[in-house]
Each structure stands twice: as structure tokens, then as C-alpha cells.
Ligand binder design. Sequence first.
Ligand code: C2E
Ligand code: MG
Ligand code: MG
Ligand code: MG
Length: 295
Amino acid sequence: KNVDDLMKDASITISYLNKGIMDHMVFNAEMRNKIEREEVIEFELIRSYKDIKEEIIHLEYQPKVDAKTSRIVGFEALARMSSKKLGIVSPTEFIDIAEKKQLILPLGTMILEKACIFTRRLVDMGYKDLRMAVNVSGIQLLMDDFTDTVADIISRTGINTRNLELEITETVLLENYDMINAVLQKLRNMGIEISMDDFGTGFSSLASIGELNIDIVKIDRHFIQKIVHGGERNLITTDIISMAHKLGLTVIAEGVENKIQKEYLQRNGCDALQGYYFSRPVSEAKVMELLKEGI
Ligand code: C2E
Ligand code: MG
Ligand code: MG
Ligand code: MG
């Protein structure tokens, strides 16, 4: 090889090295951004319950309707973060961080309280049988004093336990099945209904759900999205509905987005429906409007 060739090889090597360093730097910058964003979210979460006036976290409510009549039977409370620093942050992002940083306990309590306070207002307006569903994290369920916290919020807000439903996900059950199942039974004994959220995405099978202390199965929206006219994938949903009914459970479908899905679920005996087809999650003012005027 002559000198020119050697120089060329060297410069190729150097440019590869540079590229490696650059990738490394970009990677580090991305990591730093991610960590910084997490820290800001953590900070905002702490402020959300320390400085409640700013309303960093508020709730929106999505109606659940009776499959036969399309009448509103209840709502699901969904947490929203709007921060001056970050704008709107999705709950999948901030709930995850709250769980990782142990902030889900004070946050979860605040969310439950906000939902119950609003429910009390609706009950006072005459909607006595309305049911408010609140999502709870497995970390909350595993705290010794969870049922006391719930009982306390119910009595302070003056709602009836039948006005409250708690949504749990399958993931929490993996490691603490017996402990969680005992807590669920305590809550049910109080008169609170339990629903298994996102059913079908986790580990629970239809067989194991029979032993679980729940009242409602909520079919995950990924199954509902597969419902297309004449599609054979619909069979999974049909099986979940009939099996759950045999076990004496109520079935609700989440993520209903169109008429084909709605009519299919009605035909196959699904009890309740929830999704953009009926309404997106809405503000308190809009909830009252929906209750007055119907969907
Ligand atoms: P989830 O409990 O399964 O809530 C349903 C999610 O599906 C909500 O997303 C809702 O806005 C969305 N959705 C409703 N209808 C439709 C539809 O027709 N199509 C589609 N594509 N999506 C629909 P969101 O509000 O972004 O919440 C995401 C997740 O964050 C929730 O899933 C829940 O796991 C968690 N989350 C939200 N609020 C809370 C909370 O207060 N506490 C806890 N622990 N988790 C919460
Ligand atoms: Mg839910
Ligand atoms: Mg869900
Ligand atoms: Mg889901």
C-alpha cells in the first residue's frame, strides 16, 4: 500500500471513530433529556398535591353506557396533567413515573378524593345511582391502609359505596395474587365493585378469572379494534363475553369507536360500552350536560 492508501484507511477509521463518539454523545443527550423530563414531571407531581390550587392534575370523565339503551350508567375518571413547564403530559407517562418514584400514593388518594367530591355533586343533583370508576395502581392496593383510605374518603365526601367502582389491571396480580385478592374481597364487602381493566392483555386467563374477587371484566380496546364486519377475530371477544357471563361477571367493552363494533357487541350480549363512539373523556361541566341531554 502506498502512503495515499494508508492515509485513506486512517481517515476512514477516524470518521468511524467520530461517528461512534457522535452516536454516543447523541445517546447521552437523549438520556439526559429523558432524565431531566422525568425530574420535571416528578417535581410537578409533588406540586400537584402540595399546591392544589394550581390544578396541575385534574380529572376528565368518560361515560359508560348501557349496551341496550345507550343510557349513561356511569363514568370513568381519567387523570390529566397540564403543566406550565411541559404542557399536556399523558397519563401513561406520568402515572408510570409516579409509580416509580412512590408518588402514586398521595397522587392516587388525591385523584380518588377529587372523583368522589364530583360524584357527590352529581348525586346531589339527583343522579343517585351513578357509578364513578376510578383507576387504582397495584401499589395502592398493596398498602395496609388502602381500604381505610377508601372508607375515609367515602365517608368524608358522603357518597354511597355503590357509587364507586375501582378499576385494577392484571399486571398487579402477577406477584401478589393472594394479598390483592384479599384486599379486593374487603372492598367488595364494603359494597364497592371491582373491575378488571384491560382484560386480555395480561396474564390472567378466562380460567383463572373465576377465582378472582371481581365483578366486572373490561375487555381491552385492542380486541374491540379487531372487530370488523364479518371478521373472524371477533370470536375472541365473543368468547370472553360468554365465559365471563358463565362466571357471573358483568362485561364492558372499552375503546368502542364505531357503529360496527357497537352493534356487534350489542348482538353478542356485552353489558356496557365505553369509547370515542359515544364520547371522549370530558370536563365536569360537559358531564352535567351529557347527563341532562343524553348522548
Ligand atoms: P385505561 O384505564 O385503560 O383508560 C382507557 C384509556 O383509553 C384512556 O386513555 C381513554 O382516554 C382511552 N380511550 C377511551 N375510549 C377510547 C377509544 O374509543 N379509542 C381509543 N383509542 N382510546 C380510548 P388515557 O386517558 O390516556 O389513560 C391511559 C391510561 O392511564 C389508563 O388506561 C390508565 O391505565 C392510566 N390512568 C389514567 N388515569 C389514571 C388514574 O387516575 N390512576 C391510575 N392509576 N391510572 C390512570
Ligand atoms: Mg381504566
Ligand atoms: Mg382500560
Ligand atoms: Mg386500556
